[in-house]
Design a protein around this ligand. Structure first.
Ligand code: HEC
Length: 150
C-alpha cells in the first residue's frame, strides 16, 4: 500500500522534474537577451514618474495629486475653478481685485494662504473644488489672484 503510493509519488516527481528540465532547455539564452534598445525601453517603463522637469519648473513628485502632462496656467485654473466664488464673493470669498481683502489675508504669510486653499478653509472646499489640480496648479491660481489684487 505504502509502496504503491510512494512509487506513484516518485513517478509524479520524475515527470515534474523531466518537464522542468525540458522547459529549461526549450528557452535558450538567446531568447532571454535583450537588445540595447529593448533594455532602454524597459528602463523607461520602470522609471519612476515625475522625474521629468521642464526648464524653469521645479520638479515636484509629492505635491502632485492627479495631474498628468503639462501644468495648466494659473489664469486657466482660476477661470475654470475659482471664478465662481472669487469674482462675486460667494460665501464671503475674498474677491479678485479687492486689494484690502487680499492684503489682510497675506498678513498670515503667503505659504499659509497657499496651504489653506489647498486644504480648504471655512466655506471654501479643498483646492476650491479642483480635485484634479496639483498643488502647484492651485498655487499658480492663487498667484494669479494675488497678482491682480495689489
Ligand atoms: C465654493 C466657493 C469657492 C471656490 C470654488 C473657491 N474658493 Fe477660495 N475661498 C472661498 C471662501 C468662502 C474663502 C474664505 C474662507 C474663509 O476665510 O473662511 C476662500 C478663501 C480663499 C483663499 C484665502 C485663504 C486664506 O488663507 O485666507 C485663497 C487663497 C483662495 N480662496 C483661493 C482659491 C482658489 C485658487 C480657488 C480655485 C482653485 C478657489 N479659491 C475656489 C470660496 C471658494
Amino acid at each position: 500500500m505504502n509502496t504503491i503510493i510512494s512509487s506513484r509519488l516518485n513517478n509524479f516527481l520524475l515527470i515534474t522534474l523531466a518537464s522542468a528540465l525540458l522547459w529549461g532547455c526549450g528557452s535558450s539564452d538567446e531568447a532571454l537577451e535583450l537588445t540595447a534598445n529593448q533594455e532602454q525601453q524597459v528602463a523607461e517603463r520602470i522609471a519612476p514618474e515625475g522625474h521629468v522637469s521642464m526648464a524653469g519648473q521645479v520638479a515636484s513628485v509629492s505635491s502632485s495629486s492627479a495631474s498628468v502632462g503639462a501644468a495648466r496656467s494659473g489664469s486657466d485654473i482660476y477661470a475654470s475653478n475659482c471664478i465662481a466664488c472669487h469674482s462675486s464673493g460667494v460665501a464671503g470669498a475674498p474677491i479678485l481685485g479687492d486689494v484690502a481683502a487680499w492684503t489682510a489675508r497675506l498678513t498670515k504669510g503667503v505659504e499659509t494662504v497657499y496651504t489653506n486653499a489647498i486644504n480648504g478653509i471655512g466655506a471654501m472646499p479643498a483646492r476650491g473644488t479642483c480635485m484634479d489640480c496639483s498643488d502647484d496648479e492651485v498655487i499658480a491660481a492663487i498667484d494669479h489672484i494675488l497678482e491682480n489684487s495689489k
